[in-house]
Design a protein around this ligand. Structure first.
Ligand SMILES: [Zn+2]
Length: 159
């Protein structure tokens, strides 16, 4: 990895990877690092990040993608062993910090994140503006377009 671009210098996750910012390291391999989230939704909530600054998870190379999800599974198994949650919730969004990070949250029935996702699932089925998306013609159209999409643009290779 080079000394770093301005984006990397201002990115907290890049600084953690380089050892310039503190973190609770849980697991790592050559391409990925798992750390505790400093604002946990539950005890043991972790983030898994690629060591390279990649804003969106779908821009990872195939090797980075494989490493990230393998690391996520290892950490989830550790959580299940040590913390015994009902399951480990995984999600990735990335609006707030533009460096890919997967949330791994030990989840217990009725905890804060469990209630949030239950509410989101109810919301998903209710707004009228989403009803049109469920209609057959709309579903057929988008399914066709996704199936036929030509992936000419491959993910960027690692620098
Ligand atoms: Zn970064």
């Amino acid at each position: 990895m080079a000394d770093g671009t301005d984006k990397e210098k201002s990115c907290i996750f890049c600084q953690i990877v380089k050892g310039n910012a503190p973190c609770y390291r849980i697991y790592e391999d050559d391409l990925s690092l798992a750390i505790l989230d400093v604002n946990p939704f539950s005890r043991g909530h972790c983030l898994v990040i690629p060591k390279r600054h990649v804003p969106w998870w779908h821009e990872l190379t195939d090797d980075e993608n494989a490493s990230l999800f393998k690391a996520a599974k290892v950490v989830a198994e550790k959580m299940m062993t040590v913390l015994a949650p009902d399951f480990v919730c995984m999600y990735a969004r990335g609006r707030r910090i533009p460096h890919t990070h997967i949330f791994l949250v030990p989840t217990y029935k009725g905890d804060i994140l469990d209630r949030f996702f239950n509410a989101l699932e109810l919301f998903q089925e209710s707004p009228p503006q989403l009803a049109a998306l469920r209609e057959g013609s709309c579903m057929e159209d988008v399914a066709e377009r996704l199936r036929e999409a030509n992936l000419a643009k491959k993910p960027k290779e690692q620098e």
